[in-house]
Design a protein around this ligand. Structure first.
Ligand code: UTP
Length: 295
């Protein structure tokens, strides 16, 4: 079955980026010239997604506005003959069919995904965390979809991390009795372990914010007990799912940045700016001038 729908949970508080995110959703912080979430939605569209379900909170209304038509703004731009910006703002409004759902209490990522149950219906769907931006020649979600088509299993996007980093991620537990495919990039799993230290990590492959999940995940989320701070962890539900249905990891080929933290956001800005025909030379010039000033 084709993956038509992507769920983007954006209801989190964004505390790692305070005070910048006190009044502005972290998803709207710009990466060079576009808000971070626009990159994730562009990736979804480039991967063939037709419908995006945003799981939002009362503090995140501005995200919906960004993807809505702004008739006043368009009229002003038209009057001024600013066709370039007019095209850009229209393109954002026309980008994708967007549905929004409120998560009334912030009870974790698993709970946020569960809120999308009725809107998703009984079909496999993608989950994308817009904090995780992945830049590469092929959209990361499209690579997961390839693995889904080949295996008909739920798919988790993974990347290799250093042993000192495993405690910050869900780490996949490969099923070494089954063959890998895609030159070792698609790996059958026994499950996922949440934030193990290096000594207990079953692999060095960390789950980052791209998933393709079968609708059975909703039943597992409903049965997942609330953990620390009353939160429902998506990882726990996926681990349970892996005990009854095939789940595979797909090692995506792009570079991932955690733009929910100032460090990752800065690095993502540099990545995009350095690749940009106008801003690339600006950044290189600025770095050279800064080096000169410091020597
Ligand atoms: P994070 O772990 O990044 O949490 O959530 P956060 O609250 O957004 O940010 P920090 O850690 O306080 O800085 C991972 C993803 O899950 C969503 C977030 O919006 C983010 O996309 N999320 C998290 C929800 O939608 N609802 C929740 O209750 C929790």
């Amino acid at each position: 079955m084709k993956i038509r729908t992507a769920v983007l949970p954006v209801a989190g508080w964004g505390t790692r980026f305070l005070p910048a995110t006190k009044a502005v959703p972290k998803e709207l912080l710009p990466i060079v010239d576009r808000p971070a979430i626009q990159y994730a939605i562009e990736e979804a569209v480039a991967s063939g997604i037709e419908r995006v379900i945003l799981v939002t909170s009362e503090h995140k209304r501005a995200i919906e506005d960004h993807f809505d038509i702004s008739a006043d703004l368009e009229a002003i731009l038209e009057q001024r003959g600013d066709i370039e910006h007019l095209r850009a703002v229209r393109a954002v409004a026309d980008m994708v069919h967007l549905v929004t759902i409120r998560q009334k209490e912030q009870l974790g990522l698993g709970h946020a995904v569960l809120m999308a149950r009725d809107a998703v219906g009984h079909e496999p769907f993608a989950v994308m965390l817009p904090d995780d931006l992945i830049f590469g020649a092929t959209p990361a979600l499209a690579e997961l979809m390839e693995a889904y088509v080949a295996t008909q299993a739920s798919v988790l996007g993974v990347m290799r991390v250093a042993p000192s980093e495993t405690h910050r991620y869900g780490i996949v537990d490969p099923d070494t009795t089954l063959p890998t495919s895609d030159q070792g990039r698609t790996i059958p799993l026994r499950g996922v372990v949440e934030k193990p230290d290096a000594a207990h990590a079953p692999s060095a492959l960390a789950v980052v914010g791209r998933y393709i999940l079968g609708p059975k995940i909703f039943e597992r989320l409903e049965q997942t007990p609330h953990g620390l701070n009353g939160e429902i962890q998506l990882t726990d539900a996926i681990h349970t799912l892996a005990q009854e249905q095939p789940v595979v990891a797909r090692h995506f080929s792009g570079t991932r940045y955690d733009v929910g933290s100032p460090e990752g956001w800065l690095r993502a800005n540099l990545h995009v700016a350095l690749d940009h025909p106008v801003y690339g030379p600006v950044v290189r010039g600025a770095v050279a001038a800064e080096n000169e000033r410091l020597t």
